[in-house]
Design a protein around this ligand. Structure first.
Ligand code: SF4
Ligand code: SF4
Length: 73
């Protein structure tokens, strides 16, 4: 039987996010990215493969706009 490996990764809850970029700055693995797309600020998980699930971004977010979610790979 084949079991997939469970991993926790960051996920930005876009409608709670104020785009302060604290999470982008604290992540030493450069997982998160902030950009302006069609005149709108967006903060997103750009490199989920690099996320270690350390939770530093969750802890620093002032808006509770990041959660750790299960990923099976
Ligand atoms: S720390 Fe929270 S509010 Fe700030 S950009 Fe990241 S997800 Fe958005
Ligand atoms: S959980 Fe850790 S590695 Fe993943 S995005 Fe947040 S700070 Fe970066």
């Amino acid at each position: 039987m084949f079991w997939k490996k469970r991993k926790l990764i960051a996920n930005v809850i876009e409608d709670k996010c104020c785009h302060c970029r604290c999470c982008v700055r604290i992540c030493s693995h450069h997982v998160l990215e902030a950009a302006v797309v069609q005149g709108k600020n967006v903060t997103f998980v750009n490199r989920p493969d690099r996320c270690t699930g350390c939770g530093k971004c969750v802890a620093i977010c002032p808006k509770e706009a990041i959660e750790l979610i299960d990923k099976y790979c």
